[in-house]
Design a protein. Structure first.
Length: 556
């Protein structure tokens, strides 16, 4: 507890005696003679939250922030109403015991709930627990979310709570307005993302359930020793609407790179041992709700979640500038708004949805390009201008070799090959788009043609001996390869026109044809070898391509 609370900050102080006098007789444990200790929680970005301790009871007080507030924000009356309804049906929330509308007591409206003793993990990566427990805690969280979405709103006595269908359209509109109301500078990425979301709303947005609106690991209280959720906190953004939006918001940190942090305690969770993948969490959620195991228009919901988080971050920073922010680290949030919006843009592409790992690697590549590759462009340009009429024009500039070493050390190597990188072809398509901004950057990551295609053929169809001799050195970047396709008498860019033939003769292949030029052929060639592997799959391919692959060993 000591790490979670601190003395009440000056900007949030109020008359404790007035509070004690008001609560006397309303709460059993508080009377005129009671000792009441008040402290403030360090966390909580929206409504200030306070810890109250008496001789035999502990409570939590939530109030509105002081000062000027954004329209429609900080509706603590809604928090109290929804918690009261959920507590009545046995859903895990703190017991709400009192709501006060009299602003003369402490300066704003407030409510009080019973304190729940348990574990709160401010770091979404759950440090300090075993991998197995991380798995169990994340599973418990997503099961709790599924339980919330399975409740019948009509039985919760929340008449008029939310507006029902059309939730996504309202969310995009609401957070666009909130962002613009709190922005102190233009951020083009936020405007583009808002526009994309408005143009790509889900075709079916009719499902309605009670949604939390800010469902994250750090808004849950877990049992002190068990992987069990005791209470879900912070219901300020709750309403009725599309439940998938809640799930996407919970999954959002899986789409942040592992090195990326919205604030100091909210880093990406990709690759953290024990934390289930989004697909696994989606499967568990769908099983608990008894619905099909899928997330239609997943890219929209993830992008909307990130946009919402960016708008919230902007609002927190705006409150920091006004001096009425609720937490000590509010200033950190300004730096996350633009990166969040830029992070969401690749996700928002309709046709190609990156995996969480693909998204993380893409961000890493972008950062590497910005820091190392693009600044070297002038040096590379000067090298080729200087040596355009000399044999050195065929050599790799030293700066590119240095970049290659850095990329390999950073784990950004052979990204094109799923067996090496763990990325899908769709993941790599986005990465290739990024590296395509600079003509030599594919080589920096060992993802240059024709080596990529040649390595793929060797990986899929090569013998173990061929892989040892040619694939492994290519993957290490020790040698280069070439691709021979052009023929003198036909338009051989269309492979069906090729005249070169290949025939099997016992244990050998006879190739009859003539090739002009080659892609990737370099100086200092010490050995040339044509590689073929006898398999039905590759023979069918070769019957069309007519022996167009040649691998050339080049001493680097």
């Amino acid at each position: 507890m000591d790490r979670q609370i601190t003395a009440v900050r000056p900007e949030h102080r109020f008359d404790t005696y007035n509070l004690k006098r008001y609560l006397s007789g309303k709460l059993d444990s508080i009377s005129g003679n009671s000792t009441l200790t008040l402290q403030q929680y360090r966390a909580g970005q929206s409504n200030p939250t306070f810890y109250i301790e008496t001789a035999d009871k502990r409570y939590v007080l939530r109030k509105k922030p002081p000062g000027e507030l954004l329209p429609g924000a900080h509706k603590i009356d809604r928090e109290y109403a929804v918690q009261k309804a959920l507590y009545s049906v046995g859903f895990p929330v703190p017991h709400p015991v009192l709501y006060c509308t009299d602003t003369h007591v402490i300066g704003t409206e407030f409510y009080i709930m019973e304190h729940v003793q348990g574990r709160i993990f401010r770091d979404l990566r759950l440090p300090g627990v075993s991998a197995a427990e991380r798995t169990a805690l994340y599973v418990a969280a997503v099961e709790t979310l599924a339980k919330l979405h399975s409740l019948d709103v009509r039985t919760l006595e929340l008449l008029g709570y939310g507006k029902g269908t059309g939730y996504c359209k309202r969310q995009v509109s609401t957070w666009t307005k909130q962002y613009k109301a709190s922005a102190h500078k233009e951020i083009p990425a936020m405007d583009k993302l808002s526009d994309w979301l408005s143009r790509n709303l889900p075709t079916n947005d009719n499902e309605v359930s009670l949604v939390h609106g800010d469902f994250r690991i750090d808004n849950l209280i877990f049992h002190p020793t068990e992987a069990r959720v005791l209470a879900v906190l912070d219901w300020e953004l709750s309403t009725t609407g599309q439940p998938i939006a809640d799930l996407a918001y919970f999954l959002m940190p899986h789409y942040w790179p592992s090195h990326y942090k919205v604030i100091s305690t909210m880093g990406g969770v990709t690759g953290v041992k024990g934390i289930p993948s989004p697909d696994d969490l989606i499967s568990i959620y769908c099983h608990c709700r008894g619905i099909p195991n899928s997330l239609p228009q997943q890219n929209f919901f993830i992008a909307m979640a990130i946009f919402k988080m960016a708008a919230i971050a902007q609002g927190i920073h705006a409150r920091h500038l006004l001096g009425n922010a609720s937490s000590l680290n509010a200033a950190e949030f300004e730096e996350s708004v633009e990166p969040l919006a830029e992070l969401a843009m690749p996700i928002s592409k309709e046709l190609f949805m990156l995996s969480p790992k693909g998204q993380a690697v893409l961000q890493h590549v972008k950062e590497f390009m910005r820091k190392h590759v693009l600044p070297a462009q002038q040096e590379v340009k000067e090298y080729y201008a200087k040596h355009k009429d000399t044999p050195e024009r065929w050599h790799t500039p030293a700066v590119i070799e240095e970049l290659k070493a850095k990329a390999r050390a950073a784990g950004l190597w052979n990204l094109f090959l799923p067996a090496e990188s763990g990325l899908s072809q769709l993941d790599y398509a986005h990465i290739a788009e990024e590296t395509g901004h600079c003509f030599y950057s594919p080589e920096v990551f060992n993802c240059q043609a024709p080596d990529t295609g040649n390595m793929e053929v060797l990986h899929l169809f090569g013998t173990e001996e061929q892989k040892r001799l040619w694939l492994e050195p290519l993957l290490r970047g020790d040698i280069r390869s070439c691709f021979c396709m052009t023929e003198p008498d036909v338009a051989s860019s269309d492979a069906t026109n090729m005249e070169c033939t290949l025939h099997k003769d016992k244990d050998h292949f006879i190739i009859n044809g003539k090739k002009w030029w080659s892609s990737g052929k370099r100086v200092n060639v010490t050995e040339m070898v044509v590689l073929f592997t006898w398999s039905h799959a590759v023979l069918r391919t070769l019957s069309v391509l007519c022996a167009c692959l040649a691998v050339c060993c080049v001493k680097q």
